[in-house]
Design a protein around this ligand. Structure first.
Ligand code: CO
Length: 212
């Protein structure tokens, strides 16, 4: 059987199984719940927000891209962030990276001449590397440098959120959302907290909007 056919068959089996476990499953699914968490994660097929946090449908609004980046020129992300913060009024925005991230790994090397757009997307992570080069290169092994770049990338993306007018306006209005930088370990399945940014943080004036 072709794998694409298997996906559709598995979907039917899944829906049937869910209904057998809970006859009200579809009623729950149809309920329009205001979720309180917005997740920005990597597209990696091994890192599913719902699965690794044991969350139910309706609990987490998810946006994923290669290297869990927060780019101020990415209208896909900014649109989702705006909706999450202004309409859903989420209490938490999580940037979750993961160790052994292939996007981060690619950014540590020369651009691949066959990947025109991917190179452009990874440019921001190369900038993160350049910004923290001394600290990352102090790691003795390639594995260590890779892991440290994964970590500082999450920290930088969390700051990119705090540098947005969407977050700064919301912080003045409601003191929410809190911004969390997390790392997921593919070796142990555990999420590690790296950083939490709150409205009390000292914003660099370079990035501070005059909103009051
Ligand atoms: Co990744």
């Amino acid at each position: 059987m072709k794998s694409i056919e298997r996906l559709l068959l598995e979907n039917k089996a899944w829906a049937q199984e869910k209904l057998e476990q809970d006859p009200n499953f579809l009623d729950h699914l149809r309920q329009d719940r205001k979720c309180k968490v917005f997740w920005i994660g990597c597209s990696d097929s091994r890192v599913h927000a719902d699965e690794i946090t044991n969350s139910e449908p309706g609990e987490i609004l998810v946006h994923r891209n290669t290297g869990n980046q927060v780019s101020h020129s990415d209208f896909n992300l900014l649109g989702a962030l705006e909706y999450a913060v202004n309409i859903l009024e989420v209490e938490h925005v999580i940037v979750c990276g993961h160790y052994r991230c292939k996007g981060v790994r690619a950014a540590m090397n020369k651009p691949n001449p066959n990947l025109f757009f991917a190179n452009k997307w990874l440019k921001n992570i190369k900038d993160v590397y350049r910004l923290h080069r001394r600290e990352i290169d102090a790691e003795e092994s390639e594995e260590g440098r890779w892991g440290r770049l994964v970590e500082v990338n999450v920290i930088e993306q969390a700051h990119n959120l705090a540098h947005s007018a969407i977050i700064q306006k919301s912080w003045i209005k409601s003191r929410l959302p809190l911004i969390h930088g997390w790392i997921y370990g593919l070796h142990d399945g555990i999420i590690k907290e790296l950083i939490t940014l709150t409205p009390e943080m000292q914003l660099d004036p370079l990035y501070q909007y005059d909103l009051e």
